[in-house]
Design a protein around this ligand. Structure first.
Ligand code: ATP
Ligand code: MG
Length: 351
């Protein structure tokens, strides 16, 4: 039996470079692997509502954007099935049963939820749905009997909880679930790409993103305004690499031939970094190089997106069709789960 992959995003905005390098790129790299049996990408509208209950339009309107972004990078829709979470109500049923296997204090200890509660100013008024969304995410993952979840490192506590719930369920009712694994990029900078402001991770909610669909002039303007080293005032000053977003992005996105194409006076990134640290290399030059690297990456995505945008009806039809596939898949696992729990009441009818 091949591997089952599940991953996804919340439809709270268009996807950005953080999504690409944290999760989408790994999707591209594995989509053609022979050992993959099923590959689902979930647009997590139900989860997005847990902190956007009063902004349904935002969530609804971004479903198509997230679908387009996934297709724009070159995911093959014949292999990768993109669907909408709320079209698989079986996931909510699984969530209900899982809710009894986790304590409230365990949910409060989740470091990602803790950060997010703080960022959203929810301290005294956490919506119950928001606190418990990691349980519903565990239901998404286990509901598909998932082996591998390509994600950024902010999601590791969620995968850990899914593993714990799988273990608790198996110990309580019998062996039903596998313990899923996270597929996180090896380089730290890719597992949690910083935003252009240099403060937090790049995140739709923080408004510090370069979007995959940004036009060339917007990309350039964002790159030129990115946070570098505030003490690097004159070109001759020595500069810092640590916390310097422009170098973080170069670490994440520079390709083998980038220097030959756009900045051939340097052999590689180490040489460029050494010059910056010594002094004598200005921010503008490094930023223009980064701009070239990012323009090369994003141009084909933008062009592919424009092709897909010509027939949105077709994309919605694909999402709904995949919803049916996803329902079938999750229903199978829900049946297995309910029968392990002894909730298969149809047995009573046999007599
Ligand atoms: P929101 O602010 O609404 O939570 P987000 O930008 O954090 O949005 P999500 O939809 O929550 O995006 O994240 C989807 C996936 O993208 C997750 O696997 C997450 O780990 C990954 N991801 C998001 N931002 C980054 C980032 N800056 N670096 C690496 N991976 C990221
Ligand atoms: Mg997030």
């Amino acid at each position: 039996m091949g591997k089952i992959i599940l991953t996804g995003e919340r439809p709270t905005g268009r996807l950005h470079l953080g999504h690409f390098i944290g999760s989408l790129k790994n999707r591209l790299l594995i989509q053609d692997n022979d050992d993959i049996e099923k590959f689902f990408v979930m647009i997590a509208d139900t989860q997005a509502l847990t902190d956007n209950a009063d902004n349904v339009d935002k969530v609804k309107n971004n479903i198509i954007q997230v679908a387009l972004d996934n297709l724009s990078i070159g995911l093959n829709p014949n292999k990768v099935k993109i669907f909408i979470q709320s079209q698989v109500p079986q996931l909510s049923e699984i969530t209900c049963y899982f809710m009894n296997l986790v304590t409230v204090s365990r949910l409060y200890r989740n470091p990602t939820t803790k950060d997010e509660i703080h960022q959203r100013g929810f301290e005294n008024r956490v919506p119950a749905g928001f606190l418990t969304y990691p349980v519903s995410q565990a239901a998404d993952i286990l509901g598909f009997n998932t082996d591998l979840v390509p994600v950024g490192d902010d999601q590791l506590p969620m995968i850990e909880l899914a593993r714990e719930i799988a273990r608790t369920f198996n110990n309580t009712y019998g062996n039903v679930f596998k313990e899923p694994k996270a597929l996180v990029p090896k380089q730290d900078v890719c597992a949690r790409l910083p935003g252009i402001d240099g403060k937090l991770k790049m995140s739709k909610s923080a408004g510090n993103c370069i979007y995959l669909s940004d036009e060339p002039e917007v990309i350039k303007q964002k790159v030129m305004s990115a946070y570098t080293d505030p003490d690097h005032i004159k070109v001759s000053d020595p500069g810092k690499i640590e916390g310097n977003v422009v170098f973080s992005y170069l670490d994440a996105f520079v390709k083998e031939d980038s220097f030959k194409k756009y900045l051939n006076e340097y052999e590689n990134l180490d040489e460029l970094k050494a010059h910056y640290q010594r002094g004598g290399l200005g921010d503008v030059k490094v930023k223009l190089f980064l701009n070239n690297v990012l323009q090369e990456l994003l141009e084909p995505f933008r062009n592919r997106r424009k092709e897909y945008e010509k027939d949105l009806d077709e994309i919605y039809r694909m999402l709904f069709k995949n919803g049916e596939l996803a329902r079938q898949e999750v229903s199978k696992n829900l049946e297995r789960m309910k029968s392990a729990m002894g909730l298969d009441y149809e047995k009573f009818l046999i007599k």
